[in-house]
Design a protein around this ligand. Sequence first.
Ligand SMILES: [Fe+2]
Length: 259
Amino acid sequence: MTLQEFGYASRELWRASGRIDDTALVGPFRMLTEEGLDCLAEVCDRLEPAAGDSGFIATRRLRSADLMSPFINNMIRDRSFLLACSRLVGVPLIPHPLRIPTAQINYFESQSRPEIVRWHRDGMDYVFTVQLSGFDEYEGGRFLYFQGRTGEFEDVQEGDARIMEAPCGERGASLFLHGSRIFHAVTPVTKGRRVTLVISLFCPYFAGRDSNTFWHLAGDDGVLATLPCWVRLKWPVRDVAMDFSMRAASPVITWEDLR
Ligand SMILES: [Fe+2]
């Protein structure tokens, strides 16, 4: 789906050098082979003891998962992986230079007190979610999104026809979401366990309009941890593709690579 189908005007979607940034939602698609999926699920299971309380959407979460797992690090910095993601969205994408939120594992578990559905939009623009559990392993945990502009969300009532469920119940199903421009939520898990890996990518050519704000990030990670990340994002560049790839420790992906 395109952002124009969410009510955004084409003039809002034109970016640097006459490119349009219009992809809203893609999926479900497969990112990994069965074997790759089994490896990733095992990695995420093994990392669970290191996860902390999320205090918001998931029960627990682990940020900077790529710094703890060579598997995840190599996966999200693999050139063919990045090319596939870039072609899917239509813009060159590399791991986000903020580093801390780049790869996050979310663990949702049923809780004794019923949680409310937490609607939000992300600081991140290009967000890929890989489902590591299928519908047969849990109840609840539905991925909902609002098919409208973010500014229209405030007036939305329960049961609004623009609230949709993303079809990503199968283990291994992956979804792309333009996270900063689409309100979304995961309903509480009422039984079982649901694990997802969320990968945030970044377009070096549109760095000037990155939707993250310092205080949103600092609220999550603290001022001291956010400062070096912020410098990597905001420090002036000479060659956007090259400089941001170095800051994200990523292969270079250019417009030419998308052809
Ligand atoms: Fe989100």
